[in-house]
Write a protein that binds this ligand. Structure first.
Ligand SMILES: [Zn+2]
Ligand SMILES: [Zn+2]
Length: 135
């Protein structure tokens, strides 16, 4: 990385951008959070969830509900035995895929031009679904 030693500064808040440097240009020279409140969050109240995925104001309770829904959906997939659309249908295979996906989740989000969600509930829900297929 040629700019690895250069200090990047957020255009909105003036603080250094240390995390997600690869997204610095994508977010127009801002922190992801600064970019979100500058361009995506309006007209929602800054303290309230605006509904955009990854909104920093989304309450943890909502993410917990989503994760719970994902887990219930995964369980429902098994109502007729091993699901045809899962590659990892044994617990060791599934857990190995889960660990592998989590280990590489920076790459997963980066390849989609997204920051790793700050909210662990959100990452966990994505990981649990991805591990059904991940190798
Ligand atoms: Zn900022
Ligand atoms: Zn928002």
């Amino acid at each position: 990385m040629s700019d690895a030693g250069r200090a990047l500064e957020c255009r909105r808040c003036g603080r250094p951008v240390r995390v997600g440097r690869q997204n610095y240009e994508l977010f127009e020279g801002m922190h992801y959070v600064c970019f979100h409140y500058e361009f995506e969050h309006d007209p929602a109240d800054p303290d309230e969830d605006c509904g955009v995925a990854g909104c920093p104001s989304a309450p943890a309770a909502r993410h917990k509900e989503r994760l719970l829904g994902e887990v219930r959906q995964l369980l429902a997939d098994w109502s007729d035995g091993p699901p045809a659309n899962w590659d990892n249908t044994t617990l060791p295979d599934y857990l190995e895929a889960l660990a592998g996906w989590l280990n590489d989740c920076d790459g997963y989000y980066q390849s989609r031009g997204l920051p790793v969600p700050w909210n662990g509930w959100e990452v966990t829900a994505a990981a649990m679904r991805a591990a059904t297929l991940y190798e």
